[in-house]
Design a protein around this ligand. Structure first.
Ligand code: BGC
Length: 487
């Protein structure tokens, strides 16, 4: 019996680990551009009309088209994930990721780069919710939080790996082609691996019948198999009685709280400014006075991101350990309080940079290094986890795709306004490393801190504690029209 149980555990972890390659690609392909861009903008094969560098607007498009693509991909594919099944969708996007990696590596014009970055973005958008959805639906209840969070771990490993790959190819003139091509490896692992994995019992029950669902529950070793099967069946019947089509379920009164939870938690995940740190850390370090006048400027600009990437990975592991022990809400409280404190410290540092002088360098570095672990134990994994838990089975794909679209749209908004927000609120400051002026980002950090406080109130008053409840129990709670917090 014990042997059987541990075999199943190994099987479930294997399933989560293979599917999480989708998360790794999400992290890798959003992270890789930070280093690749430094080479792309100076590549004579791409620079047009005798200009020295690609114009800034063009650079911005190369970076941000992927985030826009992800928003579109997420929203456009919700119904497909419910219709085709989670497994098939993951196989298709693995193929798109592979194609995109080769396409980017071979791109010979700015237009080609932008088109391939858009295609990769579409795949990221779909992957970003289909992976947690797949893992959540296939996991036994008591380890669901940890298993779904493997996806966030993979995202952070992907980001960290992209920094390392960027560093490795930084000194090659066309190194950016290799940086993109490395993405082919995880794409192929996902593509091949998914062929051997089953679809989820929840999806199978909804669309392919009870026998197939039972078989998968058997293989993953769900201890309350018959009870879970019965609950899935009852909920699907109740859902069908309530409303016929998926879109109308989405507007049903009992589903509304789940939409507010999903959209709300995603807005807060992005509006606390995580990606100003992930995408702009070299820029922020420059503002804080880390000098960059050396022969290896590209290398030097990528290097300081490494500790940020590493801390992000390490504390995501801590979160995986704690999420099914402490629960989701205590981690959210702890993480968000820590983030607010770090953001306020960053805001104060930059706003009073005149009186602080050289210490700003260290205040900013320490604050950022503190901010990241608090994000990594809380909003990072738990936002994705919650949206994989709160929606009813029939529209789980659709609901998650909606929340994910909001996540990417919010990401786009923050990444695109970080510098302007700083400029409007705290103006400019002298470049600590030399001549000229730089934006002072202090005001932006204060705004993110204020949003963090609102987020804490939202978590306290609206987020359910889902720890230890089966997906069916959670659904029953909403079907009964009860307040989310009372779960
Ligand atoms: C977020 C991303 C972010 C990453 C950082 C994810 O949960 O959705 O926007 O870049 O965490 O680790």
């Amino acid at each position: 019996m014990a042997k059987n149980k541990s075999y199943n555990r190994a099987y479930v972890i294997l399933i989560a680990a293979i599917a999480a390659f989708g998360g790794l690609l999400f992290g890798f392909d959003t992270g890789v551009i930070s280093g690749a861009l430094l080479l792309i903008k100076d590549d004579p094969a791409l620079v047009i009309n005798g200009m020295e560098q690609l114009p800034e607007r063009t650079q911005e498009w190369i970076v941000s088209i992927t985030v826009l693509g992800a928003a579109v991909g997420a929203l456009g594919s919700g119904r497909i994930t419910d219709k085709l099944g989670r497994k098939k969708v993951l196989i298709i996007i693995a193929f798109v990721f592979a194609l995109g990696s080769v396409g980017l590596a071979a791109a010979n014009s700015v237009a080609a780069l932008i088109i391939w970055r858009l295609i990769i973005g579409l795949a990221i958008g779909v992957a970003s919710y289909t992976v947690p959805l797949y893992i959540s639906e296939i996991s036994p209840t008591h380890v669901r939080g940890a298993l779904v969070s493997i996806n966030q771990l993979a995202i952070t490993v992907g980001i960290f790996a992209s920094y390392l790959v960027d560093l490795g190819f930084a000194n090659y003139p066309e190194g950016w082609r290799w940086m993109f091509l490395v993405g082919l490896v995880p794409s192929l692992i996902l593509f091949i691996g998914m062929f051997f994995l089953p679809d989820t019992p929840r999806w199978l029950m909804s669309f392919k019948g009870e026998d197939k669902a039972r078989k998968v529950l058997d293989r993953v070793g769900e201890t309350n198999k018959e009870e879970v099967l019965q609950q899935i069946k009852t909920n699907i019947e109740k859902e069908t009685r309530q409303q016929q089509s998926s879109w109308s379920i989405l507007t049903a009164k009992w589903v509304r709280p789940t939409l507010i939870i999903g959209v709300g938690i995603m807005i807060f995940q992005q509006f606390v400014g995580i990606n100003t740190i992930i995408y702009y850390s070299p820029t922020i370090f420059e503002m804080a006075g880390f000098g960059a006048d050396s022969a290896n400027a590209v290398y030097d600009a990528i290097l300081p991101s490494l500790p940020i990437g590493a801390v992000n990975v390490i504390f995501t592991i801590v979160s995986i350990y704690l999420v099914d022990r402490w629960g989701r809400k205590p981690l959210l409280y702890l993480g968000m309080i820590g983030m607010v404190v770090a953001l306020v410290a960053l805001g104060i540092g930059f706003t009073f940079h005149d009186s602080i002088g050289g210490a700003l360098k260290w205040i900013s570095f320490v604050s950022m290094i503190i901010y990241i672990p608090f994000f990594a134990i809380s909003l990072g994994p738990i936002a994705w986890l919650l949206i994989s838990e709160v929606y009813p089975t029939k529209i789980r794909g659709l609901g998650m795709s909606l929340a994910t679209m909001v996540n990417w749209a919010a990401n786009f908004l923050i990444a695109n306004t970080f510098l302007s927000l700083g400029k409007v609120t705290t103006g400019q400051m002298a470049n600590p490393a030399g001549e000229g002026m730089l934006v002072n980002p202090g005001g932006a950090f204060f705004i993110y801190a204020a949003i963090g406080i609102l987020g804490l109130i939202f978590v306290y008053s609206y987020i359910p504690e889902t720890k230890g409840h089966s997906l069916e129990k959670i659904e029953e709670h909403f079907l009964a029209g009860k307040h989310p917090k009372d779960l």
